[in-house]
Design a protein around this ligand. Structure first.
Ligand code: PXP
Length: 244
């Protein structure tokens, strides 16, 4: 039997709820500990340049506390490079970032700027940080990721996820085939293969079936489910305090 796919739990949206106030809770550090107790193979956070959810303090504490594997998503900027070199998480996933986007909208265009990105990859690897490049499922991008000596790619599954939401069978098959082809090419090039974005309890199955994919990073849908499966208990606990 094949090895199970590793799960990196992205806890950004625990911080989103905290920042909505802002309030001290829910603390993403608590969420990370609970995710690890639940069997997470790793904790993933995206330190965005605008600090809309995860804060510097969160990454500093996670770097000390995470017992499994800490993966920090970040833009390839000097500011973020300095933070990564100071905290030395196990892994950094370089992602493109646009200030007005709601979430990461697409993969890096590695092929367009291999030199700059290559320097970033090297600087991180020199500090023993594994480097992932988040790319769309396109073979030229996989080749470019290999050419800059990344350790891993993370294939953007957003288009596949979108197709599953639309229940468009033809598009789902097409997007799955793109992900599978990119994964096969990456494995051929000696890159470790992760995937993520938009994955849900309903659509993850066919991605798990792609044998080259060894890790998934899933955030929003797990946090969404946690708010629902935890609601009954949370209300019961508050009701108990109102008893007199
Ligand atoms: N991978 C990357 C590179 C991301 O930017 C995100 C979103 O922060 C995810 C995975 C997780 O996506 P989702 O929250 O939709 O599961």
């Amino acid at each position: 039997m094949a090895e199970p796919v590793l799960l990196g739990v992205n806890i950004d949206h625990v911080a989103t709820v905290r920042q909505a106030r802002p309030a001290p809770e829910p603390d993403p550090i608590h969420a990370a500990v609970l995710a690890e107790l639940g069997g997470a193979d790793g904790i993933t956070v995206h330190l965005r340049s605008d600090r809309r959810h995860i804060q510097d303090r969160d990454v500093e504490l996670l770097a000390q506390m995470v017992k499994t594997h800490l993966n920090v998503e970040m833009a390839a900027t000097d500011e973020m490079l300095q933070i990564a070199l100071a905290l030395t998480p196990h892994a950094v996933c370089l992602v493109p970032e646009r200030p007005d986007e709601v979430t990461t909208e697409g993969g890096l265009d590695v092929a367009a700027d291999p030199e700059d990105l290559g320097e970033h990859v090297q600087a991180l690897q020199d500090s023993d940080i594994d480097v992932t490049l988040f790319i769309d499922p396109d073979v030229p991008q996989v080749e470019a990721a290999a050419s800059v000596d990344a350790d891993q790619i993370e294939i953007n599954t957003a288009a596949y996820a979108e197709a599953t939401e639309q229940r468009d069978i033809e598009l789902i098959e097409q997007e799955l085939a793109r992900v599978a082809a990119a994964a096969a090419e990456a494995a051929e090039q000696g890159l470790r293969v992760a995937a993520g974005h938009g994955l849900t309890y309903r659509n993850v199955g066919p991605i798990v079936a792609i044998e080259e994919i060894v890790e998934l990073n899933i955030g929003h849908n797990i946090v969404a489910r946690a708010t629902l499966v935890g609601m009954e208990l949370a209300v019961r606990e508050m009701k108990a305090l109102l008893d007199r």
